[in-house]
Ligand binder design. Structure first.
Ligand SMILES: [Mn+2]
Length: 319
């Protein structure tokens, strides 16, 4: 698979590199790792994300080159769509400006929208696949690419805590740290660099904490009013769902984020017993076994009851 991708790279000159909207660390760092590598090979590259680069990832090399709109009439020899599951999440229109699409992903059920679909569910992060691609081609990994790959893996494994923190995650990280990447520097940028408004929002969100009577479901919620009162937005809620999940006995954590008066985006995090990816798909969303999301219409109590009722069915009391 990597040889077909490497051939495409060798034969092309102009490339698009994109990833999913509401990007996480893997989405952005993978774009940057591949974009930097392609430029090192003398290629012309446009790095694209519908939502741009979140503040906490702006330290990554090349971050200031990520665009949210494509130049008019842009045309590419190939477009790489990374970490996206579905083309729609990166931008459905991308297929119109690329002679071919290449899907590189580690999401289960990733749609085969590319001429090449390199989907490796066992990979800890899409960034690890970019690393494999570069190494398979016999190229060396530059310090800038190393910084991005390390960040992608750190971010997608929850700092090496999640079940996808496999041997390859540690092997690649070990190699990169050996090359001079500083774990403290990257962690400091990612986790200890928050604007105060995020903690003001967090304090309100934690006030909404609810644990089900059985103790296995915990949730927090955020409303549009809380955003306006604290001068924050959806991008400031990253990681909030991890608070209810951190409670002893909680199997599934939920984060309800109001998007409209009668609409909520529900984020699911599982400790493993419930496949929240399947659950989210029932509600028209998507995701992994342990992390997923869906948009549900209705008033808050209605949405909460619907989702919790379904969860109760999925996780019988004796399990
Ligand atoms: Mn990922």
């Amino acid at each position: 698979m990597t040889s077909a991708i490497l051939t495409t790279i060798r034969e092309g000159q102009r490339f698009l590199v994109a990833s999913h909207q509401s990007p996480d660390g893997d989405a952005i760092a993978s774009i940057l790792a591949l974009s930097l590598f392609l430029r090192e090979q003398g290629k012309e590259v446009v790095s694209f994300n519908l939502d741009g680069v979140p503040e906490e990832l702006a330290f990554l090399p090349g971050a200031d080159g990520v665009v949210r709109e494509l130049p008019e009439g842009a045309c590419f020899d190939a477009g790489f769509v990374l970490d996206s599951g579905e083309l729609r999440r990166a931008g459905g229109f991308l297929k119109d400006c690329c002679r071919q699409l290449i899907n590189i992903d580690h999401h289960p059920h990733s749609e085969p929208f590319g001429a090449i679909n390199w989907v490796v569910e066992e990979a800890c992060a899409t960034g690890a696949l970019i690393y494999r691609l570069i190494r398979d081609g016999g190229f060396s990994v530059s310090p800038a690419v190393a910084m991005c790959v390390y960040t992608a893996i750190l971010s997608d494994t929850g700092s090496f805590r999640y079940s996808n923190a496999n041997p390859e995650a540690f092997e690649i990280a070990s190699t990169l740290v050996g090359m001079g990447i500083s774990p403290w520097m990257v962690a400091g940028q990612l986790y200890e660099n928050r604007p105060a408004r995020q903690l003001r929002l967090l304090s309100r969100v934690l006030n909404t904490l609810t644990v089900s009577s059985c103790g296995r479901f915990g949730s927090v919620s955020v409303t549009l009013d809380m955003f306006s009162a604290t001068g924050t937005g959806p991008e400031d809620t990253d990681g909030f769902v991890n608070y209810p999940r951190s409670i002893r006995g909680v199997e599934v954590a939920l984060f309800f984020r109001q998007t409209e008066a009668q609409q909520f985006k529900v984020g699911f995090r599982s400790k493993g017993k419930v496949n929240v990816g399947e659950l989210a798909r029932e509600f028209g969303g998507g995701g992994h076994h342990n992390a997923a999301g869906a948009v549900v219409d209705g008033a808050f109590e209605e949405v909460r009851t619907t989702v919790l009722t379904r969860l109760n069915d999925l996780l019988p009391l004796n399990s």
